[in-house]
Write a protein that binds this ligand. Structure first.
Ligand code: AR6
Ligand code: MG
Length: 318
């Protein structure tokens, strides 16, 4: 794929995270969102401030770029440092406990396992931040899966938390690699993910995603997959919202918000999917220019693109 197009898609994925997060944040925890409120987001979105979803995505990208690949200790400490600087971003209950443990010397791959009575977290917090991993390693799916899982386990050691991150990362990598000029095959994405889903709950949800008709309403989607903070609800919900409108960034993200529940995180993950597929150029200008951190996100997207190009060169025979 030519470099300009790929750059547009890398930037689209990271800006998509921030735009979805910022647009969805005011509605977090509410019931389903009315269409009049959604139309207002289009016409006058107001200040587009991001939350922990984007803050952690920035941390993941910063660490991958600084270390030229995944380094668990560095990534955990980058998350912790960023949290210490801006603890008011709306973090879930679990991650700040991990950050404290890591800063006090607990190894990065042990702290996450101590949460929730030793089961680890199955919240959506590992999936919401995973786009940079998918971008950096998009040429090597096994690496996407391995790094998504390791990065998730820093804060979300429960198998279902890890698997949510793996599936979201696989979906972003799949879409980055997709040719956007040929008609999109919805089944191909779901079947690609089904093949990578190990737990019955994800296999069942993906089966339900496949069975939803093209005109499924927000209520149908919520009934089938849910809209909660659990990774096994939010990740399938984001996939549904993307699949409902694969050719329109704004429609996909507004569909995600219309589901209610964990609106910022579902919209953030939908934004990553749609942005990876359609590119930054498909994001409405007031959203992509108005969102907090747009310049920094573009810089990091470009740095991840350079990193991915470096990985490709390493693999090519001399
Ligand atoms: N047992 C019971 N409840 C659990 C478990 C478990 N093993 N794991 C998670 N929960 P957390 P996150 C519930 O705290 O995933 C922000 O608003 C529990 O209620 O690990 O990073 C973002 O925008 C727990 O508090 O944080 C996202 O919406 C909750 O799941 C969200 O927070 C979240 O898990 C990300 O949160
Ligand atoms: Mg949220």
């Amino acid at each position: 794929m030519e470099q300009d197009r790929l750059r547009d898609r890398f930037r689209g994925a990271l800006l998509g995270v921030a735009v979805g997060d910022a647009l969805g944040a005011p509605f977090e925890g509410m019931g389903m969102v009315h269409s009049a409120d959604l139309e207002r987001l289009h016409a006058a979105p107001g200040r587009l401030c991001y939350t922990d979803d984007t803050h952690m995505t920035l941390g993941m990208a910063e660490s991958l770029v600084a270390m030229r690949g995944f380094d668990g200790e560095n990534m955990a400490r980058t998350f912790a440092r960023n949290f210490r600087q801006e603890p008011w971003r709306g973090y879930g209950a679990g991650p700040p406990q991990v950050f404290r443990m890591v800063e006090e010397g607990t190894p990065w791959d042990k702290a996450g396992r101590m949460l929730f009575g030793g089961t680890g977290s199955f919240g959506n917090g590992a999936a919401m931040r995973v786009a940079p991993c998918a971008l950096a390693y998009h040429q090597d799916l096994e690496k996407v899966i391995a790094v998504a899982a390791q990065s998730a386990s820093i804060t979300h050691a429960h198998q279902l938390g890890i698997e949510g991150a793996v599936l979201q990362a696989c979906a972003v990598a799949f879409l980055i690699r997709c040719n956007a000029r040929v008609p999109f095959e919805k089944r191909a994405l779901v079947e690609f993910l089904e093949f990578r889903a190990a737990s019955p709950v994800y296999r069942q949800k993906l089966e339900r995603v496949k069975s939803l008709t093209p005109d499924a309403t927000a209520a149908d989607i919520v009934r089938q997959v849910g809209n909660g903070i659990e990774a096994y609800e939010a990740v399938p919900a984001a996939i549904c919202a993307f699949l409902r409108h694969p050719d329109s960034f704004s429609k996909a993200v507004l569909c995600a918000i219309s589901l209610g529940g964990d609106t910022d995180t579902i919209a953030c993950m939908t934004g990553a999917l749609s942005g990876a597929y359609l590119g930054e150029s498909a994001i409405p200008v007031p959203w992509r220019e108005g969102v907090e951190g747009a310049g920094r996100l573009r810089e990091l997207a470009d740095a991840l693109l350079a990193l991915a190009a470096g990985f490709r060169q390493q693999e090519e025979p001399e």
